[in-house]
Design a protein around this ligand. Structure first.
Ligand code: ADP
Ligand code: MG
Length: 652
C-alpha cells in the first residue's frame, strides 16, 4: 500500500507537518499539473520536488538549478533523506560521471540535478526522456529580464522541456513580483499552471535600514554582536569589500573577501570554508551567494545599498533559513544609487524600457531604506501581498488574485497605525518618523539651503551651510551671512546628511553629475514643496540610549541568536557535527540543522526513541547518526576523537 504524503514526510525528513503550500505543490506534481511555486527563502521549496521523487514509482524528477557549485550539497542533502539523487554538471569528476550515467541508464536515479547548460547540450535526453515525471526549474526568476540575475540559457529551457510533454513542470523561486511571475509562466511554457504564491514575509528576520555614517564601524558593530556565528556582508565595490574584510580581520573576526577580481580557486575556497563553517563571515560583492544553503547564517549586513528591492530580498533572505531568529541590516546612502546608475550605464546603451526599469528599481530600494515605515510591510507590499499576513492566507493565496493587490510603485506608504511587526528598526522604536509639520519645516530648511547654494556646490558644502560651519569658501561666498546659515546646527551632521538623502529619494533634491564634481540641486518638486505644494516624510534614528528597549518579537523568549539554555553542550555538538561532516565531505547543515542541535541540547535525549521525536530527524539520519549523537550528549569517552564512520557520498 502506498504511504500517505505525511507518512513519507515523517519517515524520510522527520517533519510532522508540511510548510505552507508544500503539500499543494507535491499534489499538483503527482497529478501531472504544472505549477508556479513562489515561497520565501527557507520556505521549503526543495521538498516540493523532492517528495514526488520519493514515491518509489520509478519516475525521474529532473531539477534544473543554476548553481553548479551547490548542486553537490543539494544532492548530499537529498541522499541524507534517503533519495537516489545525482547531479550532472561540467565539474563532475570523470569517475563520478561514469557511475552517474550508469545509475541513470539503469533507471535507478530518482532525482537528477542538472545545470541548464548541461541539459541544453542534449546528450542526456536519451537516458531520461522516457522517465521524467516532473521537471522542476529552481531559481526560476533567472528567466526574467524584469527581476535580477537574468540567465540567457534559462530562456531556452522550453526547447528541452517540450521533449517531455507528459512531465509536469514546476517553476520555483523566492522572489517574484507579479510581473516576474507572469514572465516565468510564459518563458517556461507552463500550461495553465496552479499558482502557489506564498506570503513573502520572513517573520524570523529583524530588518534594520539605517543611514550610513561610518561604514566599517557599523559593520563591525553587528559582526561583533554575532561573534563566532555565520554572517554575510555585502558591499558595492571590490575596494569596499577588501577594506571591510581587512577591518573585520583586524578585530579578530574570521572572514574572507569574495569578489570577481579574485581567482576562481580563492572564491571556491572561501565559499567552501563558509558553507562548511570553517569561516564565520564572507564579505562579498553580489557575486556571492545565490543558493548558498548554509542554514545558520545569523545576519546579512549590506554595507551599501543594493540595486533593487528584489536583490535585497534575495540577498537578505540568506539569513535564517533554519527559521531561527536572524538579522538584516542595510546601511543606506543616496550616493550608492548614483553609483549603481553609473555602473549600469557605463558600458552599454540601455534601451529606454530597461532604463525606466532601472530608475524605478533604484527609487524603490531608496524608499525602502529611508521611509520611516515598517520594513516587513514595505517588503511584503513590494511583492504584491498584504501585511500583516491574513490568518487564512494559506488557502486563499492559492489564487493570487484573492489576496494580492496591485503594487502601486509610486505611492509613498502611509505610516503604520497598528502596533507593527516588532521586528524592524521602525517598529522597535529605533527609527522614528517626524510629525508631518516638523518634517515639512525641516525639509524646507534643507531645501532652501540647497536653493540658496544655486546647485553650484556638493552635498558637503550644503551640510556645512546648514550646520553653520565657517570656512574660507563659505565666507568668500558670503554664505555665512545667509539666513539659512546654521539653521540646523542643533540636529547634527548625521541627521542632516540623512535628511538630504531622504529628500533625494523623494525627488525633492537631485545630484547632478554634469561637471567634474557631483552637485546638489533642488528640483522642481522641491521648489513646489517650499511653496506649499506636495507632502514629505522624514525619519531619523533615535539616539542609542532609547535603543534596544523593546525586544523584537522574533527574538522574544530566546537569547540573541536563539541558542538553547545549555550553550556549552550546543557548542560541543556543533563541533562534533563539524567533525562528522568534514569526514564525509558534506556541509554540517546537511548532517543536522542548528535547530536539531538546539533541541538535543535542551532535551538531552537518552534513547533513539527520544531522538525520533525531534523535528528534522528522518529515519536514515537516525540510523546513521543517532547513536553517535547520543554518545556525544552523554559525554561517553572516545566518541569525539574516533573518526566517525559515515557514508561515502560519492557513491550510494
Ligand atoms: P528554500 O529552497 O525554499 O529556500 P529549502 O528547501 O532549502 O528552502 O528548505 C529550507 C529549510 O526548511 C530546510 O532546512 C528544510 O529542511 C526545512 N523544511 C522543509 N520542509 C519542512 C517542513 N515541512 N517542516 C519543517 N522544516 C522543513
Ligand atoms: Mg532553494
Amino acid at each position: 500500500m502506498q504511504l500517505k504524503l505525511e507518512e513519507i514526510l515523517k519517515k524520510q525528513w522527520g517533519f510532522d507537518t508540511f510548510k505552507p503550500l508544500q503539500k499543494e505543490a507535491v499534489e499538483a506534481a503527482l497529478a501531472g499539473r504544472d505549477s508556479l511555486v513562489v515561497l520565501p527563502t527557507g520556505g521549503g521549496k526543495s521538498l516540493c520536488y523532492q517528495l514526488p521523487a520519493a514515491m518509489g514509482n520509478k519516475g525521474l524528477v529532473l531539477v534544473v538549478s543554476p548553481l553548479i557549485a551547490l548542486m553537490d550539497d543539494q544532492v548530499a542533502a537529498a541522499r541524507e533523506a534517503g533519495l537516489m539523487a545525482d547531479a550532472m554538471h561540467s565539474n563532475l569528476a570523470a569517475s563520478q560521471r561514469g557511475d552517474t550515467h550508469w545509475r541513470l541508464s539503469e533507471g535507478i536515479t530518482e532525482l537528477l540535478y542538472v545545470s541548464p547548460e548541461r541539459l541544453l547540450a542534449g546528450d542526456l535526453l536519451q537516458y531520461i526522456s522516457g522517465r521524467v515525471v516532473l521537471a522542476a526549474v529552481d531559481e526560476a526568476h533567472c528567466v526574467s529580464h524584469w527581476g535580477h540575475e537574468f540567465r540567457p540559457e534559462y530562456r531556452r529551457l522550453t526547447e528541452v522541456l517540450d521533449q517531455f510533454p507528459k512531465a509536469a513542470r514546476m517553476a520555483l523561486t523566492a522572489t517574484a513580483t507579479p510581473e516576474v511571475q507572469k514572465d516565468i509562466c510564459a518563458q517556461l511554457g507552463l500550461r495553465s499552471p496552479l499558482r502557489l504564491i506564498g506570503h513573502p514575509d520572513r517573520s524570523n528576520l529583524v530588518y534594520r535600514a539605517l543611514p550610513r555614517r561610518d561604514q566599517l564601524a557599523q559593520v563591525l558593530e553587528i559582526a561583533c554582536r554575532y561573534a563566532g556565528q555565520g554572517g554575510i556582508v555585502y558591499a558595492q565595490t571590490r575596494k569596499d569589500v577588501e577594506r571591510i574584510a581587512e577591518g573585520l580581520k583586524k578585530e579578530g573576526i574570521s572572514c574572507a573577501p569574495y569578489h570577481a577580481g579574485l581567482s576562481a580557486g580563492d572564491r571556491l575556497r572561501a565559499q567552501d570554508d563558509f558553507v562548511n563553517e570553517r569561516l564565520d563571515v564572507i564579505v562579498a560583492t553580489i557575486a556571492f551567494g545565490m543558493g548558498i544553503d548554509r542554514s545558520n547564517v545569523r545576519y546579512i549586513a549590506h554595507a551599501n545599498t543594493p540595486r533593487s528591492v528584489e536583490h535585497y530580498q534575495q540577498e537578505s533572505g540568506r539569513a535564517g533559513r533554519d527559521g531561527l531568529p536572524a538579522e538584516c541590516l542595510l546601511l543606506f546612502a543616496a550616493s550608492d544609487l548614483a553609483l549603481h546608475r553609473y555602473l549600469a550605464k557605463k558600458d552599454v546603451n540601455l534601451p529606454p524600457e530597461r532604463e525606466r526599469a532601472l530608475e524605478r528599481q533604484l527609487r524603490e530600494i531608496g524608499r525602502y531604506a529611508v521611509s520611516p515605515v515598517c520594513r516587513h510591510r514595505l517588503l511584503t507590499e513590494h511583492f504584491g501581498a498584504l501585511y500583516p499576513p491574513v490568518e487564512t492566507a494559506v488557502e486563499e493565496c492559492v489564487f493570487e488574485e484573492a489576496f494580492c493587490k496591485d503594487a502601486d510603485v509610486d505611492s509613498y506608504p502611509e505610516p503604520d497605525q497598528t502596533e507593527g511587526c516588532g521586528a524592524c528598526d521602525v517598529c522597535l522604536g529605533e527609527t522614528k518618523g517626524l510629525p508631518d509639520d516638523e518634517a515639512l519645516l525641516t525639509a524646507k530648511k534643507v531645501l532652501s539651503a540647497a536653493w540658496r547654494a544655486e546647485g553650484r556646490y556638493g552635498t558637503g558644502y550644503v551640510v556645512n551651510l546648514l550646520l553653520g560651519r565657517v570656512n574660507d569658501r563659505m565666507t568668500d561666498n558670503g554664505h555665512d551671512k545667509l539666513q539659512v546659515f546654521g539653521l540646523l546646527k542643533d540636529s547634527g551632521e548625521a541627521a542632516v546628511r540623512s535628511w538630504i538623502d531622504q529628500l533625494i529619494v523623494q525627488d525633492f533634491l537631485e545630484v547632478t553629475e554634469e561637471g567634474e564634481y557631483p552637485l546638489l540641486r533642488i528640483t522642481e518638486a522641491g521648489r513646489g514643496l517650499c511653496n506649499g505644494r506636495g507632502a514629505v516624510r522624514l525619519g531619523m534614528p533615535v539616539p542609542p540610549k532609547v535603543k534596544g528597549k523593546k525586544k523584537s518579537k522574533a527574538l522574544k523568549g530566546k537569547s540573541a541568536c536563539g541558542l538553547p539554555a545549555d550553550e556549552e553542550l550546543f557548542e560541543r555538538l556543533r563541533a562534533f557535527r563539524r567533525a562528522l561532516a568534514d569526514k564525509a565531505g558534506i556541509p554540517p547543515y546537511v548532517v543536522f540543522h542548528d535547530s536539531v542541535l538546539i533541541e538535543m541540547a535542551s532535551l538531552k535525549p537518552k534513547t533513539l526513541d527520544d531522538l525520533r521525536g525531534i523535528k528534522g530527524m528522518g529515519e536514515k539520519k537516525l540510523e546513521r547518526y543517532g547513536q553517535r549523537f547520543l554518545d556525544a550528549i552523554a559525554g561517553r569517552p572516545g566518541e569525539m576523537v574516533k573518526p566517525p564512520d559515515v557514508p561515502d557520498h560519492t557513491k550510494i
